[in-house]
Design a protein around this ligand. Structure first.
Ligand SMILES: Nc1nc2c(ncn2[C@@H]2O[C@H](COP(=O)(O)OP(=O)(O)OP(=O)(O)O)[C@@H](O)[C@H]2O)c(=O)[nH]1
Ligand SMILES: [Mg+2]
Length: 708
């Protein structure tokens, strides 16, 4: 069956881990008769979470696209993982959906995962529906959850339903939009409509009025009509609600028990009736800042939002049609690589089930392609006549890093190749061969993320690897000035070498260049490859050193800066005045000055009170207020310098500077302290002095390695 743009809905299901996203998606597809049986997480037979590793871990790791037909619509649903270790999957989903469904656990209310995902939903400005799930649980608390939502999201919270507490089981939902009371059987599914209990009538009418007002507010004509007549027709109401939800003017709240299949059908109905189709949703953005209209009569542009590699198939590319339409047999051109890609088949999928289709996929729809030659996540494929580049997904920087080795050293090369394949699938990991640390590092989003990669490599590629503590990139610099006069002279056999250099070094942050004592001729500033600067001040008068040797002198100094005398770490932020020297009419050359500068610099450096700097992260922790004390105490034991603390919704955000050396395995640690209720992010921010006792330890252990 072919679906036009207006009949497509794209929703993503997001929420804190364990709130019931995968279970909800399962019932949504089941209710639409898209599957024969309703699977469950415990029986490991859900449509989403179909990979062995997800079944084993019993939580989602990958985003999984599914689809379901509802009345005249095709509803594409993407299930996402709740652990923020897998945030890349959430972001690629947010990019292509038009409505976000945020599941909230009725027992726990807003959780840290809700907060984190909310920030991203806001960034993408996606219309959002809240679904309070697990209403069947004994400690489910509807009132409290609504209050929490109101406290956090304010007046925009628009409850659509309330539970009817009948003999302590959740089997009735009063719906204030439809003004009906739904009664469910034990196994859920299609409800019957029964009388609204008297006690609910007033509350329900108030809720209904609030919904109609919210709908009317988005359109002047509707507003006028509502004021004059006090009501809206069903079509007007739907139109107003679509406008309002699309503009994030309000966030409807539904309730359900995904496990018992109570309420999911009504959510599907709302998505079909009210949620924006791709043509009603805001236009997509192109890389150059312009917009792309979601229109199936324009030339075709499709965007790859996710890529995986299946050992038996090869590359599997998930795409959204941004404009035009696509069908098997088409030929498209990759805007990034300029390669042509033939499309032998177009697929749609429900978890692992892939169905090849003959019809067109129209603008707005989601599909899958296999075995593309040279196409990656974030690429755009265009038909002739178009050269669009869709704005890429901005994946976050990594949050943790580890060094690793292959258990069998001979397999290291193979291991790195496999890691690069996974890196192509998952843009939130990074494999780095760090020549400074002489280690290969794996960067990722969290301990689980890295452990999972290790596990996948073992299971799928039969390769064993182990993690090791990553080394720290210390730096050396100086805290006072020092002079040196160095003469390099070599007379062996044929031609000799001669160069003499007089220099003064000082810390770069010691104020402006000293033009009083030196006759400054030139200032050469070099950004060093490892960060920081070298400032070379050329003060030679009277030609004691020919200016043609400046480069050789600079080279000699930089070479020496690659390994400082204290710990062999790179040196940074030094100003060097070259103020005198001598040449020889025959024996002076570039090499002689390079060596003279290198040794002269070393001599001065050793007399300039050298010191060690260590890298600091700027760390942000988001945690519930009742564990702030524990988080702070732990941070203090890590030599953290707290920069600030403020509340963000129901959570506290702590900002601190923490030495990288103290952050090893922080992800596991914070999970243990907070029982998974706190999240963090960190970026390298600056270098600062290491304390004196640590400096002596570092020098001691470096000297030991030298003497070995
Ligand atoms: N009683 C009850 N249990 C539920 C409900 N929804 C989900 N569960 C259970 O809660 C657990 C977590 O459900 P999932 O659907 O895996 O939750 P999720 O949000 O997909 O979790 P992640 O994939 O880890 O982010 C499973 O054991 C489900 O059976 C519900 O409505 N009622
Ligand atoms: Mg899940």
């Amino acid at each position: 069956m072919e679906f036009k743009t207006g009949n497509i809905r794209n929703v993503g299901v997001f929420g804190h881990s364990g709130s019931g996203k995968t279970t909800l998606v399962e019932t949504m597809v089941f209710e639409s008769k898209g599957s024969q049986r309703k699977g469950s997480i415990t029986q490991q037979n859900t449509l989403s979470d179909y990979t062995n590793i997800e079944k084993e871990k019993q939580h989602s790791i990958f985003s999984t696209p599914l689809h379901a037909n509802w009345k005249s619509s095709k509803i594409n649903i993407i299930d996402t993982p709740g652990y923020d270790d897998f945030i890349g999957e959430v972001l690629s989903t947010l990019k292509v959906i038009d409505t976000a469904i945020m599941t909230i656990n009725a027992q726990n209310g807003i959780e840290v995962g809700t907060e984190i995902i909310w920030d991203y939903i806001q960034e993408y400005k996606k219309p959002t529906i809240f679904v309070i799930n697990q209403m069947d649980k004994e400690k489910a608390d509807y009132e409290n959850t609504i209050e929490q939502l109101r406290n956090r999201f304010g007046k925009k919270i628009l409850p659509i339903q309330i539970p009817v507490d009948s003999s302590n089981s959740f089997d009735q939902i009063v719906d204030a939009l439809r003004m009906v009371n739904y009664k469910f059987n034990e196994d859920g599914g299609k409800p019957s409509k029964i009388a609204i209990p008297e006690a609910f009538k007033d509350q329900m009418q108030d809720m209904h009025n609030a919904i109609v007002e919210a709908a009317a507010e988005n359109d002047e004509a509707l507003m006028e009509k509502y004021f004059e007549e006090g009501s809206l027709s069903e079509t007007e109401l739907a139109h107003g609600l679509t406008l309002g939800i699309s503009q994030q003017s309000f966030f409807p709240v539904f309730i359900c028990s995904a496990e018992n299949n109570i309420g999911s059908g009504r959510i599907m109905g709302f998505i079909n009736d009210i949620c924006p189709s791709p043509e009603q949703a805001p236009n997509g953005n192109l890389e150059d800042g312009s917009e792309i209209d979601c229109n199936d009569t324009d030339p075709t542009s499709i965007f790859i939002y996710k890529t995986i590699s299946e050992p038996s198939v090869g590359t599997v590319s998930y795409f959204k049609v941004y404009a035009g339409k696509v069908k098997a047999g088409d030929e498209l051109k990759n805007a990034q690589s300029s390669e042509n890609e033939r499309i032998p088949n177009v697929y749609i999928c429900n978890g692992k089930e892939r169905t090849g289709i003959k019809e067109y996929l129209h603008a707005g729809d989601l599909g899958v392609l296999l075995k593309l030659k040279s196409t990656h996540t974030n690429d755009t494929l265009n038909a002739k006549g178009s050269s669009h580049k869709i704005e890429p997904i901005n994946f976050p920087e990594s949050k943790i890093r580890t060094a690793f080795k292959a258990n069998d050293e001979r397999e290291l090369e193979k291991l790195i190749k496999v890691l690069h394949t996974i890196e192509n699938e998952d843009p939130t990991i990074l494999v780095e061969n760090n020549s400074e640390l002489k280690q290969i590092l794996l960067h990722g989003q969290g301990q689980q993320h890295l452990e999972l990669i290790k596990y996948r490599i073992l299971k799928v590629y039969n390769l064993e690897m182990h993690f090791e503590r990553p080394a720290i990139s210390y730096r050396e610099t100086i805290s006072s000035s020092a002079n040196s006069v160095y003469r390099h002279k070599k007379q062996s056999g044929g031609s000799g070498q001669f160069a003499e250099i007089h220099l003064k070094i000082e810390p770069l942050n010691d104020g402006p260049v000293n033009k009083k004592d030196f006759n400054v001729k030139d200032i050469i500033i070099d950004e060093l490859p490892w960060g920081g600067k070298l400032e070379l001040i050329w003060c030679i008068v009277g030609g004691s050193i020919d200016s043609k040797y400046i480069n050789a002198i600079k080279k000699g100094i930089i070479k020496r800066m690659e390994g400082g005398p204290l710990t062999g770490s790179c040196v940074q932020d030094i100003r060097v005045y070259v103020y005198d020297g001598k040449m020889h009419s025959v024996d002076t050359n570039d090499m002689a000055f390079m060596l003279a500068a290198s040794y002269g610099f070393k001599e001065a450096f050793e007399n300039a009170k050298s010191k060690i700097l260590e890298p600091f992260y700027q760390l942000e922790v988001l945690c519930p207020s009742d564990i702030t004390g524990d988080i702070m105490a732990d941070l203090q034991s890590r030599r953290a310098i707290i920069q600030g603390m403020n509340s963000e919704g129901a959570y506290q955000k702590i900002v601190a500077h923490v030495p990288q050396a103290e952050m090893y395995q922080y992800a596991s640690n914070i999970r243990a302290i907070s029982q998974g209720k706190a999240k963090f992010s960190r970026i390298l921010s600056h270098y600062a002095l290491v304390p004196a006792n640590i400096q002596s330890e570092l020098i001691g252990s470096y000297q030991q390695t030298l003497s070995q």
